[in-house]
Design a protein around this ligand. Structure first.
Ligand SMILES: [Fe+2]
Length: 316
């Protein structure tokens, strides 16, 4: 298990391209590995003044007042890697969580930070540059975009999970290690867990300590970041410091991956053994189309189920 980190001396970009960015350091890896493989990237926002503790306290208080559902925080010492979200205790009042950030065992997330005018330009700038680097049209790709600020107390663990978002996690201050697993490793992430994740349980991915050695550790330090493709399993261990990160992420508009897993979950409930996704483009296409159609309000779920059962019998 070798830790992934870019040495400071590694040239990341030619001098020509270096003048073309403000936030995200260009690299050919964006194009080749976007939403396929995790990779480390570099950015220019280390210790940016908008992410100082007093500024983020202000942002958290405003978020609590104006958009309370976008503020989540909990607190706990020695949180197990495999704990479910619901197993971690609620945090103290948010003011206290900030005052005691050094010993509260807190994990604070401020979602939709780009809705605050002070953070809007920075987030949009990052997204524009990520879009240019990946060579993808984000407007066609994205359903919902989100700027999430994460604050983590010293030594706090962020529990094992998978996400539905495509994520660029940028380290602003403090250091920590992310342990990332391969979503295609079916012993790490069985089909049933992914199906349950997309249908009934956000915490469906189960940590398997005996497989920890299969993870790749990514050292996150101010000025670097990690791209996390959709559903790539991961957990994080903070160092003995307050960590502040910015996640530039979005859910996909047309998520064939999600639809195939949803179709398979329904088929399994009908007593069938559906084929996993990405093995037959034809079957995946049919399942994707049927699930997409079932989301049109006037179509009934029962009709979609009947059609799915018929299709799966025909194509397997
Ligand atoms: Fe995550």
């Amino acid at each position: 298990m070798s830790t992934q980190v870019i040495p400071a001396s590694t040239p990341l970009v030619s001098s020509q391209a270096a003048s073309d960015f403000r936030y995200i350091v260009p690299s050919p890896t964006f194009k080749s590995d976007f939403n396929k493989h995790p990779f480390i990237l570099n950015h220019t926002m280390a210790d940016h003044p908008l992410f100082s503790l007093p500024k983020l306290r202000e942002l958290a208080l405003k978020t609590q007042e104006q958009r309370p559902l976008e503020l989540y925080y909990d607190a706990g010492q020695n949180v197990p890697i495999g704990a479910r979200w619901s197993e971690v205790a609620a945090g103290p009042p948010i003011e206290e969580a900030f005052e005691r950030i050094n010993d509260a065992g807190a994990w604070i997330t401020i979602r939709q930070a780009q809705l605050d005018p002070e953070y809007k330009d920075l987030f949009e700038g990052c997204m524009r540059e990520l879009e240019a680097q990946t060579g993808r049209d984000f407007k066609k790709l994205m359903r919902v975009e989100d700027a999430i600020v994460f604050l983590t107390s010293p030594k706090r663990t962020t529990t094992y999970h998978i996400d539905r978002e495509c994520n660029f996690l940028l380290q602003i201050s403090g250091s920590k290690t992310m342990y990332m697993f391969d979503r295609h490793d079916k012993e790490v992430l069985p089909e049933l867990e992914v199906e349950r994740f997309w249908t009934v349980d956000n915490n469906a991915a189960v940590y398997k300590p005996e497989l920890q050695e299969r993870s790749t550790p990514y050292r996150m330090v101010p000025g670097n970041g990690v791209h996390i493709p959709v559903n790539e399993p991961h957990w994080l261990q903070n160092d003995d410091n307050v960590s502040i990160s910015l996640s530039c992420n979005f859910t996909m508009k047309h998520s064939e991956r999600a639809n195939v897993y949803r179709a398979n979950h329904l088929l399994r409930r009908l007593g069938m053994q559906p084929e996993p996704p990405f093995q037959s483009p034809l079957k995946d296409g049919v399942k994707n189309a049927l699930i997409s159609a079932s989301y049109v309000p006037i179509r009934s779920a029962k009709r979609a189920l009947r059609r799915l059962r018929g299709q799966e019998m025909r194509i397997e």
